[in-house]
Design a protein. Structure first.
Length: 216
């Protein structure tokens, strides 16, 4: 299979590509999941940020371009993310085809979505230039404008039936200086204006630990 390359914003991902998103432990660890292993459909609920986008899509990442630890580093450190939820573009298309007759807007499909962040100096949204951001995509067709409430619940149940849940590997948060040379503990004076990243990703990129705060 050819090497996966990110496409233009809104362009569908190729067939056979695995995508994933992170889920809160409380979202997954329901009594039903513990007893049956069934993934709750709520893991496919759009976040407030997803809904506010000009094209509402459920935020996901292509596994070939973004590692789980890197996706975790993009998210709120205080949130208790405990699992990754995996599904393929083919499986999403299958559900979309089954529910095509109920669609009243954007059909269910996985599309590339340029990841954006807020510029701390201007407050404006800019493209996220971090390497791992290139794997960002979104599942379109899950908003209120696309299907009725009943149809969306059915779609999420079908997606959940295909999905695979995996416990997150252990990740250790560190803070990388803007110059990208060293990583630090939270609060290290030498790491001001730093970027949150997991230690594993920092090491993989050749970034070395700070000698002052000894983050290892």
């Amino acid at each position: 299979m050819p090497r996966l390359r990110p496409g233009r914003d809104g362009e569908p991902l190729p067939a056979g590509v695995e995508v994933f998103r992170l889920a809160l432990g409380l979202m997954v660890e329901s009594k039903d999941f513990q007893q049956t292993g069934r993934v709750p459909r709520t893991v496919f609920d759009l976040s407030s940020g997803d809904k506010a986008s000009s094209t509402p899509r459920l935020s996901v990442y292509a596994s070939d371009l973004t590692r789980i630890a890197e996706a975790w580093a993009f998210l709120d450190l205080s949130a208790k993310y405990g699992y990754s939820v995996h599904i393929s573009t083919d499986q999403v298309r299958t559900v979309g085809a089954e529910m095509a007759g109920h669609c009243r807007g954007h059909q269910l499909v996985v599309e590339w979505e340029a990841k954006k962040i807020q510029d701390p100096q201007t407050g404006m949204e800019v493209l996220d230039e971090r390497p791992a951001a290139k794997g960002h995509a979104g599942i379109a067709g899950l908003s209120e404008a696309d299907y009725s409430s009943a149809a969306r619940k059915n779609i999420k149940r079908k997606l959940a039936a295909f999905a695979e849940v995996r416990p997150l590997p252990a990740v250790s948060p560190v803070f990388v200086s803007r110059r990208g040379r060293r990583y630090h503990r939270r609060g290290c004076k030498a790491g001001r204006a730093s970027i949150l990243m997991c230690r594993e990703s920092a090491r993989a990129r050749g970034i070395t630990p700070c000698r002052s705060c000894n983050p290892d």
